[in-house]
Design a protein around this ligand. Structure first.
Ligand code: CP
Ligand code: NVA
Length: 301
């Protein structure tokens, strides 16, 4: 039975925990040059731009001994109208897994329903679960654990926020999310995560209140891919939600700063914070590589 990774919810708490442990082991270099995925081919089907997701998967797949095949949507017959289902059935005959970055989350679900290989969500409009795995790995590394951590997410209740909500629920992280009215996370994601959570998951309006008890302060862009037409209105609404030194001074003294990147410096995060001593955003970016290698091993080895 194939296992997909379309949302963080697809993994149990124990499975997330073992993926994080394995990622730490892979990062430490102890495992040498083992090639557990030797002879396998993994597709990367991207309908949106990417730096971290594409390159970390391509490099990670190579390091595991497998072949990565990057497919730009526009160069596939799918870009000329071949159905998602027919594409999924065909690619399942060649590949051992596929990573997909797309717009509507339903496109991933449709692909998965016709595929006989694991499908990994490399970002959809609703979820970014691979990012959340790397975020958990980064918090584990920097804070020595996950349970009971206070995480403040400041800004848009977007794909990154939805996956963080699920990750917080699974790993007993207390999450305070500050967003303007009308920009809350997905209500279904929130309800399911809250129902299952042993920790506190709250939505606030005031970013200072959210940052108040934070061990970790996290933000993401105000204008996600595909929202360019709303850019001006979004920048106006999110202005009070900038992560700057004044906001960071509300958090714990040893709070770290996360951002999934790419950052729009001067909008959701200032240079002083992004380049400051509490920012661990490039360690977080590096951790995409290690956590995804551990995920691929889990799904495929
Ligand atoms: N964080 C992230 O997914 O970055 P990319 O868009 O560069 O892949
Ligand atoms: N929320 C952002 C994340 C980019 C990694 C977007 O969807 O564009």
């Amino acid at each position: 039975m194939k296992r997909d990774f379309l949302t963080v919810w697809d993994l149990s708490t124990g499975e997330i925990d073992s993926i994080i442990r394995r990622a730490l082991e892979l990062k430490s270099g102890k495992d040498g040059n083992r090639c557990p995925l030797m002879g396998k081919s993994i597709g990367l089907l991207f309908e949106k731009a990417s730096t971290r997701t594409r390159v970390s998967f391509e490099a990670g797949i190579y390091q595991l001994g497998a072949q990565a095949l990057y497919m730009n949507h526009g160069e596939l017959q799918m870009g000329r109208g071949e159905t998602i289902g027919d594409t999924a059935r065909t690619l399942s005959r060649y590949l051992n897994a596929v990573v997909i970055r797309t717009s509507e989350h339903s496109r991933l679900e449709e692909f998965s329903s016709h595929a006989s290989i694991p499908v990994i969500n490399g970002l959809s409009n609703r979820h970014h679960p691979c990012q959340a795995l790397a975020d958990l790995l980064t918090i584990q590394e920097k804070k020595g654990g996950l349970k009971g951590i206070h995480l403040a997410f400041i800004g848009d209740g977007n794909n990154v926020a939805n996956s963080l909500i699920e990750a917080a629920s699974k790993m007993e992280i207390n999450l305070s999310m500050a967003c303007p009215e009308g920009y809350e996370p997905d209500p279904d994601v929130l309800e399911r995560a809250r129902d299952a959570a042993k920790s506190e998951i709250i939505i606030l309006r005031d970013p200072r209140e959210a940052a108040g008890r934070a061990d970790v302060v996290y933000t993401d862009v105000w204008v996600s891919m595909g929202q360019e037409k709303e850019a001006e209105e979004r920048k106006r609404r999110f202005r009070p939600y900038q992560v700057n030194n004044a906001l960071l001074s509300c958090a714990k003294k040893d709070a770290i700063v996360l951002h999934c990147l790419p950052a729009h410096r001067g909008e959701e995060i200032t240079d002083e914070v992004m380049d400051g001593s509490r920012s661990v955003v490039f360690d977080q970016a590096e951790n995409r590589l290690h956590s995804q290698k551990a995920l691929l091993e889990f799904l495929l080895a």
